[in-house]
Ligand binder design. Structure first.
Ligand code: ARG
Length: 653
């Protein structure tokens, strides 16, 4: 049973009399911070009191008198300014814990109304390097799919691969003019990725050179403005000071842009070979765009090359997915929707949603300054058009009721406009959500880059994680009091689990909105909030069972009675009973870190329990059995929780 959910429903009836159906009051029932005050605390008396103009303690007592929880809790206590403290009854907690033992789903009840949820995640751009941002999308998206499915929803995982974008123009241009045939034959994807980066770098060089004089002019003008502003500044005029600050910021931004462009210019000019290439390809940016346009308009040569490149690129991506244990139900790339785009634009126009503006076809949404462009003046369709076609397809073909887009937060403007447009288009009963996430940063606080900055680099990142994990696993094994236990191949197998688990967990445990700094030491630490810590806890429990010659199946098969007299036993049992609450918390706002937080507290409760309460050497046989049951239930919950995050465990470590 989800105790918190149950309490919320009981409080719902108790506060109904105050004539409010506001959910926000019920969300004010939370797990208590300090176990001395109980297990849960309800804080709605204070805001309700304001609403009713009554003393909060009085309101709290009134709520308590209407509250029917006698079967669940000891008598609720009103404390301080009007907190209601609740402590789960000992007999009830023991009974609920026994129930968990017999429940394969560990207390998580499938939803009454399953929904069809499309989770759009990973979605890298082929031929362009897949970077750590796509990795984070992959890890978060996969976890969400697993949790939705476990709850009984029909979750469709869809890898919306960017296989049609402008990057192909760059590759086509590169292939035609800059190819190293030998390395293409040997390693096509690495060569294509090199071509992409080269063409991109050369185009940016020309752009930077073209833009620098204008930038210099603007900087000089800004400097002049500031100087004359300063000369005339009245130090008491606050507004003027503010305006000066703004001018200075603008100047700083211009200077940064200048530095950026100069760096792009210098990277080429300081390298004779690159400089020669740049000089030989002065119109590279325009011509690469032309290659894209030719591909999009069905040019046979470019289509043929595209068909040749794609499988190799997809293979490289699948190597990463296989290694991560991530699969997709669908992998309909952007190219799949091309035949539908013209009709999407027509439909939007005929519904009066899209209109011409400077030759382009645009949707103008209220509250947005920029139009949502669905067809450019030259006839080309855009990312937006493809996303609209995709929405229609998913709803018509799969009867999607919700669509989650696990994409970098830098795309939030795009998704806001997309969702508004889709609603106006008529899909107003579908839930659209941008499950946005922050950037992974390097030590220098700049976006983290793998060494070679491409898909190959991503694979070597995974390799490095596994290598580092191997060292940790080996050191741990070597340090065992009775000598090492793990044969070499077992160490390698565990290193893979620990290494990949470490990377995934780091992506999941940080609140998805926040950026975080990539750190090997933190992510593989055996003591902190890491997968490694949880995996060790799991292995430790298995070790106890092994040493005690315990048959886990037998423990689970019989009606388990647990004794929760020690405070650590009680605290552990309470945590075990909160698994359903955590799972529910994940889907409430699509935040896997609710589950990692839960697992971390669970592992902590287990550690305290294990420190204080002898298991194999418990005073009586009943107590030994009861504690073994708690151990086993902990192991099952950790394994299931990690499994829902896409992270494996090992019986031994
Ligand atoms: N390919 C895009 C990128 O790498 C992400 C696509 C996200 N999904 C979508 N339906 N727009 O930036």
């Amino acid at each position: 049973m989800d105790i918190l959910a149950e309490l919320r429903s009981r409080f719902g009836s108790a506060i109904a009399a105050f004539a409010t159906e506001d959910d926000s009051f019920l969300s004010m029932i939370r797990p208590a911070q300090d176990a001395r005050f109980g297990d849960f605390q309800a804080n709605m008396a204070m805001p309700l009191a304001k609403l009713l103009s009554k003393p909060p303690r009085e309101v709290a007592s009134e709520i308590v008198s209407r509250l029917d929880v006698a079967d669940l809790c000891d008598s609720p206590e009103v404390a301080g300014p009007g907190f209601i403290n609740l402590r789960v009854r000992a007999d009830r907690l023991a009974q609920e814990t026994s129930r968990l033992v017999a429940d394969k789903r560990l207390g998580v009840v499938p939803v009454a109304e399953p929904r069809t949820v499309v989770v759009d995640f990973s979605s890298p751009n082929v031929a362009k390097p897949m970077h750590v941002g796509h990795l984070r999308s992959t890890v978060i998206g996969d976890a969400l799919v697993r949790v939705y499915r476990f709850l009984g929803h029909r979750a469709i995982s869809d890898n919306h691969i960017g296989d049609w974008g402008t990057q192909f123009g760059m590759i086509l241009y590169g292939y035609k003019h800059l190819l190293d045939r030998e390395s293409f034959e040997r390693e096509p994807v690495a060569e294509l990725s090199r071509l992409y980066r080269l063409v991109n770098q050369l185009s940016e060089y020309h752009t930077a050179r073209a833009e620098l004089p204008e930038l210099e002019r603007r900087i000089a003008a800004a400097e002049e403005d500031i100087a004359s502003f300063e000369a005339a500044l009245d130090p008491k005029d606050k507004d003027a000071k503010k305006r000066l600050g703004k001018l200075r910021n603008e100047l700083t931004a211009l200077r940064e842009e200048q530095q950026f462009s100069e760096a792009k210019r210098d990277a080429i000019e300081h390298n004779l070979d690159l400089k020669a290439l740049a000089d030989a390809h002065p119109k590279i940016a325009v011509e690469a765009r032309l290659e894209t346009a030719k591909l999009h308009s069905g040019d046979p040569d470019n289509t043929e090359l595209w068909r040749r490149f794609l499988p190799a690129c997809l293979d490289a991506l699948h190597r990463v997915y296989d290694r991560l244990g991530v699969t997709f139900d669908e992998e309909l790339g952007e190219s799949y929707y091309q035949p539908l785009l013209a009709s999407v634009v027509d439909e939007l126009a005929s519904k009066g949603l899209a209109s011409e503006s400077d030759g382009a076809t645009c949707v103008f949404n209220e509250g947005f300054t920029a139009p949502f462009i669905v067809r450019k003046a030259d006839g080309a369709f855009l990312y937006a058009t493809t996303d609209l076609a995709t929405i229609k397809y998913r709803i018509e073909q799969w009867q999607a009721q919700a669509m989650l887009y696990v994409v970098d937060k830098r795309q939030s403007d795009h998704f806001e406009q997309l969702f508004v447009t889709a609603h106006r288009w008529g899909y107003d009963d579908v839930v659209f959500k941008h499950v946005s996430f922050g950037t992974i940063l390097g030590d220098d606080k700049k976006p983290f880059k793998t060494r070679s900055g491409d898909t190959v680099g991503l694979e070597s990142l995974l390799d490095e994680a596994v290598e580092r994990a191997y060292r940790i696993v080996s050191e741990g094994d070597d340090a065992k009091p009775d000598g090492p236990e793990l044969p070499e191949e077992e160490r390698c197998r565990i290193a893979e689990i620990v290494g990949l688990g470490g990377i995934k967990y780091a992506d999941l445990k940080h609140n998805r909105d926040s950026d975080y700094v990539f750190s090997w030491d933190k992510m593989l630490s055996t003591t902190g909030d890491t997968a490694t810590y949880m995996q060790y806890a799991y292995a430790r429990v298995n070790g106890i069972a092994r040493r005690g010659g315990v048959d886990a199946a037998e423990l689970r098969a019989h009606d388990a009675t647990v004794s929760l007299d020690a405070p650590e036993e009680r605290a552990l049992a309470l945590q075990l009973n909160r698994f359903a609450e955590a799972i529910d918390g994940v889907v409430r706002d699509d935040r896997p870190n609710v589950l990692t937080d839960y697992l971390f507290s669970l592992a902590g409760a287990f550690t305290s329990f294990y420190d204080k309460c002898p298991v194999l050497k418990a005073e009586t046989a009943e107590l030994r059995r009861s504690r073994l049951v708690l151990c086993d239930l902990t192991a099952r919950t950790i394994a299931k929780g990690l499994n829902l995050l896409g992270i494996a465990v090992s019986e031994r470590m």
